[in-house]
Design a protein around this ligand. Structure first.
Ligand code: FEO
Length: 135
């Protein structure tokens, strides 16, 4: 069973952003499956690298729209992105060094961060993005 089940409650009502979030959810699930199946460090490393790169791409997409539409919570939102990006980079470095085989604890932290961020932070721009024609 997937560690993160996508559902409509995570939708920010912007197709492009929802698709990016679903991609990230898929990566978390693949990483979890690789961990459960004990697939080894190389595959975990590959997925972590992909996830870190895609996360940065996704954050840049949201930040571009927030700046374009003059979103009032831009800096606070960006700070959350930066904190997570720093933690993800640290995770990647630990996997690259071979010092960390992913654990359920790490997977749960990733999942919970994304769930809480989408529901608590990303949702805040939903109306503004819609009002500016992004649907
Ligand atoms: Fe979807 Fe603010 O990250």
């Amino acid at each position: 069973m997937a560690i993160f089940e996508w559902s409509d409650r995570f939708s920010v009502k912007v197709r492009e952003i929802d698709e990016q979030h679903e991609e990230l959810v898929g990566m978390i699930n693949r990483l979890h499956e690789a961990m459960v199946a004990n697939k080894g460090r190389e595959l975990q490393q590959e997925i972590v690298n992909e996830m870190v790169a895609y996360t940065n791409f996704h954050f840049a997409t949201e930040e571009k729209y927030m700046r374009s539409f003059g979103f009032a919570g831009y800096f606070e939102h960006k700070r959350e992105h930066e904190q997570f990006a720093a933690e993800a980079a640290e995770l990647k470095a630990r996997v690259d060094r071979g010092g960390l085989v992913l654990t359920l604890e790490v997977m749960t932290l990733l999942k919970e961060w994304l769930q809480n961020h989408i529901l608590g932070t990303d949702m805040q721009y939903s109306h503004l993005f819609n009002a500016n024609g992004l649907v």
